[in-house]
Design a protein around this ligand. Structure first.
Ligand SMILES: Cc1cc2nc3c(=O)[nH]c(=O)nc-3n(C[C@H](O)[C@H](O)[C@H](O)COP(=O)(O)OP(=O)(O)OC[C@H]3O[C@@H](n4cnc5c(N)ncnc54)[C@H](O)[C@@H]3O)c2cc1C
Length: 386
């Protein structure tokens, strides 16, 4: 089968590239290029620029502010964001919650929340994992009991990315302790300003504050904030987790990081010799280049072949596994090339190398979030061996 992009898709790539070149603020681009994570304001600023064009939520229907882009166009858009590099549209709002509201939400929920999600007027985070309930998510224990037209929520979430920056959380809560574990869960939208919520930081190995614990103590949530039916929240969760397949391989990210590594190697000299003249290092670049191209072709094949899409989730597991391995290999190479300069100098404006070593550390987390590598291998083993 022909895995090349069509002329129309190539034209779309050029259109996106020109838009990003003209509209992405240069300070944001430079910070990301140096390896810093985007600041909240960077993501908000850029998402609002994209939203003017319908590209903040590119796959959403036009009536909700999207551009109804197909999977290939969406992948091209993501690739170009990575290539710039630019912040990606806020994943919890756009990729996770928005589609769940369109499928399971009430018209009032869609009307109120969707425009705010696309424009980042509200920042949502994801409250699924709990201590002891990560891979085995359905064992979660945070409970919501009904009291009139409110739920009263008690319990704890963990690893909640950006909860400290967020306005709201979408959370899975147990509303029936008697039922089979998947059948007693509901999907709630909770305002993080509600009394009874405590957010505590977890500092990760890169020294940054991305993650949090979130505690709920008698938190009152209007019943109107239930998405879908009571005790059917697992349907929403499965839809949400299964929905995100485009971009799962992160090909654009791998390519952008490898280009940076090559640029660093070409301007670093050791003992008077340019690092890029080292044939062993050039061999490493060649292998990584080939692996990225292979991943890209596999990704296209997945998107363009209906039988591959039917083979979900096994095919998606291959993309996630291989994409994560490559990201980690490239971050390892970058940290090695940067040497001591890869350590962030806090308070300094030096963004020549930026925090490449902390970023290498944090890249280890990619084989945990979004389904651990061991769980992906389990899925593959079941698909292959039965
Ligand atoms: C950086 C980061 C950001 C995150 N952000 C969020 C967030 O925003 N919201 C949210 O809800 N969660 C978030 N998570 C949580 C993430 O979803 C969980 O960490 C993940 O699902 C794994 O769960 P766990 O940590 O409880 O580990 P466990 O599930 O306890 O796994 C521990 C180990 O056992 C292995 N294992 C578990 N089950 C099996 C199995 N069946 N077969 C083989 N091996 C197995 C795992 O692979 C792992 O090595 C984040 C995690 C990280 C690291």
């Amino acid at each position: 089968m022909d895995l090349d992009v069509t002329p129309a898709q190539q034209a779309f790539r050029e259109e996106v590239r020109a838009f990003v070149r003209d509209r992405l603020p240069s300070d944001i681009r430079e910070r990301l290029r140096a390896g810093h994570p985007p600041r909240k304001q960077d993501t908000v600023t850029w998402q609002r620029i994209l939203n003017e064009r319908g590209w903040a939520a590119p796959h959403w229907p036009r009536q909700f502010g999207g551009a109804e882009l197909g999977q290939m166009e969406r992948l091209i858009l993501l690739d170009e964001m990575y290539r710039a590099p630019a912040p990606l549209p806020q994943v919890f709002n756009v990729t996770m919650l928005g589609p769940v509201l369109m499928k399971f939400g009430t018209p009032a929920q869609c009307e109120y929340f969707l425009p705010k999600l696309a424009n980042l007027d509200l920042w949502f985070c994801q409250g699924f994992s709990e201590p002891g309930s990560g891979s085995d998510l359905a064992s979660l224990r945070t409970a919501a009991r009904r009291d009139g037209d409110q739920y009263v929520v008690n319990g704890q979430k963990i690893w909640t990315t950006t909860a400290h920056l967020a306005d709201w959380v979408f959370a899975l809560v147990r509303t029936n302790v008697e039922a089979r574990k998947q059948e007693g869960i509901s999907f709630l939208l909770i305002d993080l300003k509600s009394p009874g919520i405590t957010i505590r930081p977890i500092y990760s190995i890169d020294g940054e504050h991305h993650l949090n614990e979130v505690f709920f103590d008698e938190v009152r949530v209007p019943v109107d904030n239930l998405v879908g039916q009571e005790n059917r929240g697992w349907d929403c969760a499965k839809y949400l987790l299964g929905n995100e397949r485009t971009g799962i391989a992160n090909v654009g990210l791998c390519r952008e990081r490898l280009d940076l590594a090559r640029e660093m190697a070409s301007r670093t000299r050791e003992g008077g010799v340019c690092l890029l003249d080292d044939s062993k290092l050039r061999g490493e670049f060649a292998v990584l280049d080939a692996e990225i191209r292979a991943l890209e072709v596999t990704n296209y094949r997945f998107l363009l072949t209906p039988s591959a899409q039917q083979a979900l989730p096994a095919f998606a597991s291959v993309l996630k596994l291989k994409g994560v391995e490559l990201q980690q290999d490239i971050n390892t190479l970058l940290a090695r090339l940067a040497g001591p300069a890869g350590l962030e100098r806090r308070g300094s404006d030096d963004i020549v190398h930026g925090p490449l070593t902390p970023r290498y550390f944090y890249s280890r987390a990619a084989s945990i979030y979004g389904g651990t590598s061991e769980v992906q291998k389990d899925i593959l083993a079941k698909a292959v061996v039965g």
